[in-house]
Design a protein around this ligand. Structure first.
Ligand code: GDP
Ligand code: GDP
Length: 440
């Protein structure tokens, strides 16, 4: 599943304002919980049950009024290569601008390759929306102009309806190879390629090459340490660049891509640097995508003076940063000395098994109804919530439906309680579990 949107356009048309709106509530929540930095050029959102990634190309390339042709080419090329749908944004307030035409000239070269939508922003009022007609002259898009106000949100729903019509439906099951698909992700230099190379060399590992299902993911079938799995890589997106900001940017995009294609995501963290905002962000994305997660604290060999509680302290710090996500196993590895690399793969495969686990309804009810009896949901406005039974839904990922009289009165804290009890009794280490309430 790709589902990536890129926003292009000259400076000050409102790209980052739209970006923030598309990323919406989720980003705010994620930021509060995990201390993710504000200054981001990609984000994650959902519309009508479809999930998407948004890239703000303006945040990435040089963004000022003296923008020159090279920048325009760079921005458009990035958008066309990385996104499935491109939004070309203009501004009805200032009207047609010379730079809009320059963007249009570049974009027209790609017409037909990717859906390109012309978005006329700052249409805060109807009167302003009517002024958007002049942008037809740009000759970009399929003839329709989406008038929106990124500031107040009007028109953005219609735009999203059109955009997500190009995206995969999350409920469509992907063909299952029956093997765990594992992605190795993390910041530049944490040891991802060293790990992959080590796995490659472990036994004569490549059994077959499976052609990428999508344009840039490479999936290779490995057998290492007696386990078979598919390693998802996105080498196609590897790029040479001298600018470290570029390297960082592409490495994040690559991680997201690989993560989206996987069942289990191995997130590598550098032991000498500790967990960083970008790591937290990737983990939060994997959680939202309902992927299994294993955290490797790599370069463990570089930590000197390890004491009995060093591991504990580092674990605590990671847990604090990724809260409330509490389920990923944390393993301390050294790819260099091969310490616990075998274990890491075993755990990743176990996480995959946990993700596919189905708990029989009878067992679920026996265990959970007893827990619920001992710890009833708090009453709200004098109303008692009565949970009658529990069942696991037939979804790809573990989701449990609790049937009750008043689903709307169940509080977040009680959902956490149920999740904790579920994990205590049934495991699910490394796997996000869904808990939903249905009326009965
Ligand atoms: P970017 O450079 O394209 O990313 O543009 P920004 O998102 O930074 O927006 C530039 C300016 O336009 C800011 O002052 C925004 O508050 C303003 N702006 C963005 N969207 C709208 C909108 O829909 N209506 C109005 N009136 N102003 C907007
Ligand atoms: P990537 O950018 O995440 O793919 O990172 P690389 O695999 O290219 O590794 C970056 C550098 O870290 C290389 O010089 C590796 O040799 C080194 N490295 C990788 N894993 C370890 C480790 O466990 N311990 C030490 N000391 N160095 C490591």
């Amino acid at each position: 599943m790709k589902n990536t949107i890129a926003i292009v356009g000259r400076p000050n048309v409102g790209k980052s304002t739209l970006f923030n709106r598309l990323v919406g509530q989720r980003k705010a929540i994620m930021d509060n919980q995990s201390g993710v930095t504000r200054d981001r050029h990609y984000g994650y959102g959902e519309w009508t049950g479809k999930y998407y990634t948004v890239i703000d190309t303006g945040g990435y390339v040089h963004n000022s009024d003296d923008i020159f042709e090279g920048e325009i080419n760079k921005q458009v090329k990035l958008a066309i290569e990385e996104a499935d749908v491109v939004l070309f944004m203009v501004d009805v307030d200032t009207g047609l601008h010379g730079l809009d035409e320059e963007f249009a000239n570049v974009l027209r070269r790609y017409q037909g390759k990717k859906p390109i939508y012309l978005v006329a922003n700052k249409a805060d009022t109807n009167q302003r929306a009517h002024a958007a007609g002049e942008f037809y002259a740009l000759g970009v898009g399929d003839g329709e102009i989406f008038t929106v106000s990124s500031a107040n949100g009007s028109g953005t729903g219609d735009l999203l309806d059109a955009v997500v019509s190009h995206f995969d439906d999350p409920w469509e099951e992907e063909p299952d190879s029956g093997l765990p698909k594992i992605a190795v992700v993390g910041r530049p230099n944490v040891g991802k390629s060293s790990l992959v190379n080590l796995l490659l060399g472990a036994e004569r590992s490549i059994v077959t090459d499976i052609a990428g299902t999508t344009r840039d993911a490479i999936q290779a079938h490995y057998s290492a340490f007696g386990n078979e799995f598919i390693l998802v890589d996105t080498a196609g997106l590897r790029r040479k660049s001298k600018v470290s900001e570029d390297i960082e940017f592409y490495s994040v995009l690559r991680s997201i891509r690989a993560m989206e294609e996987s069942d289990v995501c191995i997130v590598m963290i550098d032991a000498t640097r500790g967990i960083e905002a970008q790591d937290v962000n990737i983990i939060a994305l994997a959680d939202k995508n309902r992927k299994g997660i294993v955290i490797l604290v790599n370069k463990w060999d570089l930590i000197e003076n390890k004491e009995t509680n060093t591991i504990k302290e580092i674990e605590e710090r990671i847990k604090e940063k990724i809260a409330p996500i509490a389920y990923p196993p944390i393993i301390f590895t050294s790819v260099l000395t091969k310490q616990r690399v075998h274990k890491a793969i075993e755990v990743a495969i176990q996480v995959y098994e946990n993700k596919r686990k189905k708990i029989p309804t009878s067992q679920l009810n026996e265990v959970m109804l007893r827990e619920i009896e001992q710890h009833q949901p708090p009453s709200v406005k004098g109303k008692m919530v009565r949970i009658k039974y529990v069942t696991q839904l037939p979804t790809h990922n573990p989701v449990f439906a609790f049937f009750c009289n008043l689903p709307q009165y169940v509080k977040e804290s009680y959902i956490r309680f149920l999740e904790n009890r579920m994990r205590e009794h049934f495991g699910f280490e490394g796997v996000p579990i869904g808990i939903v309430f249905r009326k009965k």
